[in-house]
Design a binder for this molecule. Sequence first.
Ligand SMILES: C[S@@+](CC[C@H](N)C(=O)[O-])C[C@H]1O[C@@H](n2cnc3c(N)ncnc32)[C@H](O)[C@@H]1O
Length: 266
Amino acid sequence: MRLRKMLPRKVRKVLKDIEVSGDKESLPQHPGPHYRKVLRALFETGRYDTYLEIGTSTGGTLVQATGRVIAIDPAFGMKRNVMPGKSVLHAFQTTSDAFFETEDPIALMKGSTMDLAFLDGMHLFEFLLRDFINTEKVCAPGSLILMHDCLPLNRLMAQRQMSGGEPRVDRYYGWWTGDVWKILPILAEHRPDLKVACLDAPPTGLVAISGLDPTSTVLQERYEEIVARYTDEALDTPGVAQLHARFRARPAGEALADLGHPIGAC
Ligand SMILES: C[S@@+](CC[C@H](N)C(=O)[O-])C[C@H]1O[C@@H](n2cnc3c(N)ncnc32)[C@H](O)[C@@H]1O
């Protein structure tokens, strides 16, 4: 505050305008451990031998994984050695849709289903929905699927456009979750059989899903209907708060234990 008083009046006014127009709409950051720490804690349990990751980028999550791994990204940008702890790494530089069209993950894993999957590819809900449909098919009922970015902290980061949408002046300027938050109401409505938990992992939450049914065709059959219903839906400011109230984020350890996937401290 003292520093602000040292700024010229004009600059102070601009900062105030920014706060009024954007920052007050933002929710505070999630209080729990960072999502990559949660992922590391899962691997540290030693329960997960096969892992599928959609969206790898520079390898910040891939590096946490141990055992046998499949990674998919149309534009890998790995900046480090991601091999420690891994016996096998299949890296597919393509989209997740193209991967599932041409590859058989269970065959790649010599007949094993995926123990753990992390879905962090294209941040549009119809892409995440397809990624979930395709991933569930190659999991076992007791596997765990994690999804990133489904609990945005304001409406601006949840626009469908990564850039070129509504101009931004919020404190999370540059963050983009897209509209993958829609997967939460979609699963609640169409797949009430799943066990879904929201974790308070910064920056924008983790969704953990267990109780999977690899034989389910419900989402596939209703795909067009779901996409038509949700594409134009947008979050306004009360909408963000309502989303968080309906899908309350919980401490990761507690929520994962309830899903049958306990972790140690992280
Ligand atoms: C947010 S980054 C992933 C970050 C990484 N999981 C981590 O936490 O460090 C999203 C990645 O998804 C990739 N991506 C975009 N469209 C995709 C698609 N259709 N299929 C798979 N990956 C996609 C992008 O190339 C980008 O590298």
